[in-house]
Write a protein that binds this ligand. Structure first.
Ligand SMILES: [Mn+2]
Length: 406
């Protein structure tokens, strides 16, 4: 299995789209730079085919969200940059009703369901961690749908940079093929610096640093999640930065700074809670209306400050907003927890002396019914029912001790 098989199966998905007649196609997409670029590609490609669409930006796939999606948007639903991991749940909740296509670069357990087509690149041996972004996958799909969509190549690159697929020095594999298509069309330029490649977006006339541009999209999508930020991001990648983009970005950056300063002040006064191995704090709804991706960023920002014990694991809790754009409000009480490591502890995790989050968190989350999205040794996140925070912390310590005994 490889790229050829992936391209072959994209044709099947393209036929599903072309033959589809019915209610507008719902496009459920992640709210980071990769997810926004992916959505932009699909929205534009479908528009060119005369297919009506509606986009639903999501922070994560939750069973109640899937249920609402399936009921509110009967017909065809396309998931992009998320959905692969939750395919069995989606299948169970959909129960044979809607036609569903998942274009993703995350791992999937797969599912045997005639109504669901999973195009996770991982099933084809193409790594979603460094070889292909969801946006590169969406771009290949758009080109399969119609050759004339090759002018969307730069959007594949934007998503790949957003997901840091150039962190080893340069874009590789499928991402690189898409990059070269964008370069040939004069949309992106490459500069070599200290053995690493820097990428610039030139398609809109001005020369934009792609690292900075991709970061700004994630601010729009994540900080501005409940303030129409995702749509501003999608519009910006399709049409170029304008005044609305700059003003929204300024406003969101100011909001984030203000909220971060407030929490830092609070933590300076109260300190963090401590168990045997974990130091943690809870912002409850104080980050509202920002999305829950922000708590991970905040942990990253304080992990090496004097607020934090450099030898302890670090976790931040945030209430999950009850609102999802275009899906309405949800009657849930969920907390999101993000984990990061102080640098000193990170060294000990890398050497294997201490366990990574990929060992600890899935074990502890199991006891509180937590669901895990992506989990690395150095960073992880989970969500579970509010009120179970203390119980979770107890199981966290038990998991660390279990590792240390071995
Ligand atoms: Mn992605």
């Amino acid at each position: 299995m490889g790229l050829n098989e992936y391209l072959r199966d994209l044709v099947k998905a393209a036929n599903i789209i072309k033959e589809y007649r019915g209610a507008p196609v719902a496009i459920a997409h992640h709210n980071d730079a990769d997810g926004l670029s992916s959505a932009a590609i699909l929205l534009e490609a479908f528009r060119r085919e005369g297919i009506e669409t509606i986009n639903i930006p999501l922070e994560r796939v939750h069973p109640l969200i899937v249920k609402r999606l399936v009921e509110k948007y009967p017909g065809l639903i396309v998931f992009v940059d998320l959905g692969a991991g939750a395919a069995p749940e989606i299948s169970r909740i959909n129960a044979g009703r809607n036609t569903i296509v998942i274009i993703d670069h995350h791992h999937t357990p797969g599912v045997d369901d005639q109504k669901i087509t999973i195009l996770s690149t991982e099933l084809y041996g193409i790594s979603g961690d460094r070889e292909i972004s969801a946006s590169s996958a969406a771009y290949l799909f758009a080109k399969t749908l119609n050759k004339s969509n090759s002018d969307l190549a730069y959007l594949g690159v934007v998503g790949a940079i957003g997901d840091s697929h150039h962190r080893f020095g340069r874009l590789e594999s499928v991402n690189r093929q898409v990059l070269m298509e964008a370069v040939r069309q004069g949309q992106v330029s490459i500069e070599e610096r200290d053995g690493r490649e820097k990428y610039y977006l030139i398609v809109f006339g001005e020369k934009l640093d792609l690292d900075k541009f991709a970061k700004s999209l994630t601010v729009l999508g994540a900080v501005g999640y409940l303030m129409n930020g995702p749509d501003t991001g999608i519009k910006t990648v399709l049409k170029g930065p304008d005044r609305e983009y700059r003003e929204t970005l300024d406003k969101l950056n100011r909001l984030k700074k203000e909220k971060f300063e407030k929490i830092i002040k609070m933590l300076e006064e109260t300190g963090l809670n401590r168990s045997r191995y974990l130091q943690w704090f809870h912002v409850h709804d104080m980050f509202s209306p920002m999305g829950v991706k922000v708590i991970g960023e905040f942990c990253m920002e304080i992990r090496n400050t004097s607020l934090v014990d450099k030898d302890m694991y670090l976790a931040g809790f945030q209430d999950m907003p009850k609102e999802v754009p275009r899906l309405g409000t949800f009657d849930w009480n969920i907390v999101k927890v993000s984990f990061r490591l102080p640098s000193a502890l990170e060294t000990r995790v890398l050497s294997g002396e201490m366990p990574g989050y990929n060992y600890i968190v899935p074990r502890a989350a199991k006891y509180v019914g937590g669901d895990i999205d992506a989990c690395h040794g150095y960073a992880c996140a989970t969500t579970f029912e509010k009120g179970l925070e203390e119980a979770f912390v107890k199981y966290f310590d038990i998991a660390v001790e279990e590792y240390l005994r071995k």
